[in-house]
Design a protein around this ligand. Sequence first.
Ligand code: ATP
Ligand code: MG
Ligand code: FE
Length: 333
Amino acid sequence: MIILAIETSCDETSAAVVKNGKEILSNAISSQIELHAKFGGVVPEVASRKHVEKMNPIIDEALNAAGITFADLDAVAVTHGPGLIGALLVGLAEAKAIAFALDIPLIGVHHIEGHISANYIEHNLKPPFLCMVVSGGHTHLVEVKDYGSYNIIGRTRDDAVGEAYDKVARSIGLGYPGGPKIDVLAKTGNGGAIDFPRTYLEKGSYDFSFSGIKSAVLNYLNQMKMKDETINPSDVAASFQEAVIEVITNKTMMAAKNLNMSKIALAGGVASNSRLREEMHRKAKENGYELYYPSPIYCTDNAAMIGIAAYYDYKNGIQHDMSLNASSNIQFG
Ligand code: ATP
Ligand code: MG
Ligand code: FE
């Protein structure tokens, strides 16, 4: 079964060709990072316009790289939420047009289900497993019971991890998106230099909160400035990172233990963070869990992961008609 998948939920225009829910025949991505960098974040209207411009060329690129034509497609998959509404609509309209013209099934995919499914691309991973979703807009601890069957056991009550990374990066003068820059800068800093708060919430809670540490970093920077003391950005980056990673890894271990899981997966843009991977590895090994995460290109937004998720959704009988709408905040699980 050959699926053309489309992803336009944020600032990546992507199209991929996926065979039998496993083989990535192509994964074309046009990132708008440079376009939005000068604004310090994604500007929704600018993103939508760029998606319109890039959509058809990216689909051509994906088909060409896969060595196929429209006639070879068995289904078309698309992210229909959550994300920026104007951005989602570009991909959805395109997917509907292709599905209608070729008279093939349309499969709407939840973006976070896509991120989780990215783990199936390179690994022989099968549910059940525990997945820690750490992306730009979401922080979910998910019990993946089966393909398409999810139970969110914990989530952030305020900022997402990626969001915290990006905001802290901005406060120490790194550009957008700051996550990857903090990752690099932190390697030269001392993670124990500044004691930023670790927010665990109520005992036993799987929920997260990252707004406190974001404010703590800002307060620290302001206090240092007022005292006219020199700020070491590497130490700030490393200390911030140690604090959030400690909480994320500890809660993941606690959940794996309580749910009796033997496998743990990471998903979303922050899953490409080197320190998070390292710490998760250390603790997983210590507790006897198998750990999985996608290559960086499959951690951040891409259409390949949407094609993989769509394959399993389709096998579970999911298919949509032309009334499918985009939604900025559809439920998951
Ligand atoms: P969502 O998937 O929740 O809708 P999104 O699609 O915008 O949000 P992703 O594409 O999953 O987010 O990931 C982008 C986020 O990942 C950004 O916040 C970025 O800073 C972060 N990120 C990417 N690489 C790294 C890294 N190496 N270390 C830390 N953060 C990173
Ligand atoms: Mg992005
Ligand atoms: Fe994403």
